[in-house]
Design a protein around this ligand. Structure first.
Ligand code: DGJ
Length: 579
């Protein structure tokens, strides 16, 4: 009914007569147009952002094409449109294509059942005006463990909306995941948000949604409310036991170790199966948090099936469950979250630690696509992004509190995101096919070179950081005037070092990054590797624009490729073998 009304309206707009005489004559045209319209509608539906596998990768498809999120997450209190409005030019200057923005439960549902989406609509309008996409963060029941974004009518009525409790019986400002009433109130609000987006955002400015934020139990490993205690004494649900038994060979090693050390049993209460220790208690909480999130996410997806994910605060070295926000979507709990929350498309890390590659890699376990909604806002972000896209087939990378980025770090991020922008078609084509790699120091102090093999070539990169940044005239040519102006604001601190590599053919490679010296070896015994040609340039509308040949001192007379320290650049290199 709806479709024929729309088709009718479209035909009238297009001046097609509807008189009986002309109707018969025009029938084929009308039918053709109607079919075209219906298939256009189908296309729109099909073009909802979604994930699509390519080789070992999963890509985010937006408007029918792979989309790499060059993002930044807003500071927690910067998501209101009037406050944010002056920052959009700065966000654009950093070459972002996506802003990761919170939606606050207490703001959209100030009174139970009465929704106010003015902030969401303002964000949509401003993002569109800035030609950017949005990833929305649902600050619902939990934000960094706590329930600080629950509306006042929830917070003030703990008899109706029960809290988690500690082992002394004290209530915490953490909604208990063991109460359906909490879950259902959150679900109703999230559903209302997704329903609103369905009509307010037909062009899919919103490309993904994060549900809750950094869920985790703290300061003890488990909720001790009466309902939680009852659940803890009950048998482990067979859905989890069956999942673990079925996927035993592929389980996260830490989970398997906890399970085996406790009992290895396939039935029993939580403490009988996983042990009455903090690691076992964490598994119990993970199941229940994830089951709650599943209900919220699945109901939201039923309204608008955008990709939905959950994020985690990572673990400080040596911390035990209860000391860190426990039971969140952490790598050692990936199987529990998967079993309980299949509506989530992936789990995501917030990486503030120096060992970026360790944590980023942990979130590629068993096919989880890597999206980093929060990362440390530092000069290193610029190279961490290249590593994530080049080495780990990332969907996206987003430094936190992006609107507050200092000019120093913003300049590097702008230059790095400019490279990602130029390389997006190539990366999109090569991801998941073993044709890309990333270079990153394991830590800022590490001087260890890194070796990667692509096809029949081995590339060995060593790292060099420039301090302070060299803002030579050439920088403006490579990163663009507006970025060079941002970078020029920088004063102190070392430039980052790292980058990525893409195979263009068997013997031809593209390098993008900063502060790298790369030597080559052939995998074939007895053969030497030589540089046939090396050019600096850039991609414009997918086409390589030659800037200059690099030779002589710039390649150490043919011995290496060097991406200068202190300046992001891109080089196209042909290799050859000789004896
Ligand atoms: C991680 C949280 O997810 C963010 O919302 C914010 O609180 C940052 N930590 C602060 O560093």
């Amino acid at each position: 009914m709806k479709h024929s009304a729309i088709v009718g309206a479209a035909l009238r707009r297009d001046g097609i007569s509807s008189s009986p005489r002309s109707r018969r004559k025009a029938a084929p045209t009308v039918v053709a147009i109607a079919l075209a319209w219906v298939s256009a509608l189908a296309l729109t539906a099909a073009e909802l952002p979604h994930l699509r596998p390519q080789g070992t990768a999963k890509q985010l498809i937006v408007d029918g094409a792979p989309f790499l999120v060059r993002g930044g997450e807003l500071g927690n209190s910067s998501g209101e449109p009037d406050f944010l409005r002056p920052s959009w030019p700065k966000l654009r200057a950093m070459n972002l294509n996506t802003v990761v923005a919170p939606v606050y439960w207490d703001v959209i549902e100030p009174e139970e059942g009465k929704f106010d989406f003015a902030t969401v609509d303002g964000l949509l309008a401003d993002a569109r005006a800035a030609e950017m996409r949005l990833v929305l963060l649902w600050f619902g029941s939990w934000k960094n463990s706590m329930s600080c974004y629950a509306p006042a009518w929830v917070k003030a009525d703990s008899a109706r909306f029960p809290r988690s409790r500690d082992s002394m019986g004290r209530a915490l400002e953490i909604l208990s995941p063991f109460h359906a009433v909490n879950r259902d109130a959150d679900t109703r609000a999230f559903v209302a948000l997704m329903r609103h987006l369905k009509t307010a955002d037909p062009q899919h400015t919103v490309i993904m949604v994060q549900v809750e934020n950094e869920i985790g139990m703290i300061p003890e490993a488990r909720d001790r409310s009466a309902e939680a205690e009852r659940a803890y004494a009950a048998p482990v649900p067979s859905a989890l036991m069956d999942y673990l038994a079925k996927n035993r060979a592929a389980l996260a090693p830490e989970l398997l170790a906890t399970w085996n050390a406790a009992s290895g049993k396939t039935a029993g209460t939580w403490s009988e199966v996983f042990g009455a220790s903090p690691p076992g208690e964490e598994i119990f909480m993970a199941w229940h948090f994830a089951a709650y999130v599943q209900a919220v996410a699945a109901a939201g997806k039923a309204e608008l099936p955008l990709p939905i994910f959950a994020n985690a605060a990572l673990i400080r070295p040596g911390y035990q469950p209860g000391q860190y926000p426990s039971a969140g979507p952490l790598p050692h709990l990936i199987d529990v979250w998967r079993a309980a929350a299949p509506a989530l498309d992936f789990l995501a890390p917030d990486i503030y630690f120096q060992n970026f590659s360790y944590w980023a890699q942990a979130y590629t376990r068993s096919g989880n696509p890597l999206f980093i909604p929060e990362a440390l806002r530092a000069p290193e972000a610029a190279v961490n992004a290249l590593y994530a896209f080049g080495q780990l087939d990332a969907i996206g990378f987003c430094p936190f509190a992006i609107e507050s980025n200092t000019e120093f770090a913003a300049g590097y991020l702008a230059a790095s995101f400019d490279l990602v922008r130029q390389l997006t078609p190539l990366l999109a084509e090569k991801q998941g096919r073993g044709l890309t790699a990333g270079f990153l120091q394991e830590s800022v102090e590490s001087k260890q070179p890194q070796q990667v093999q692509l096809g029949r070539w081995i590339a060995r990169a060593s790292f060099e950081r420039a301090a302070p940044p060299q803002l030579a005239d050439g920088l403006a040519i490579v990163i663009g005037a507006e970025n060079s102006a941002l970078a020029a604001g920088g004063r102190a601190g070392a430039a980052p070092s790292g980058g990525l590599m893409i195979a263009l053919g068997d013997d031809e490679f593209l390098f993008a990054g900063i502060g790298l010296t790369i030597t080559f070896a052939s995998t074939e015994p007895g053969q030497q590797a030589g540089i046939l040609s090396c050019a600096e340039g850039r991609f414009e509308n997918g086409e390589w624009k030659h800037f200059r040949w690099l030779n002589g001192d710039q390649t150490h007379q043919g011995r290496h490729v060097r991406l200068e320290p202190g300046r992001f650049s891109m080089q196209r290199v042909k290799l050859y073998r000789y004896r």
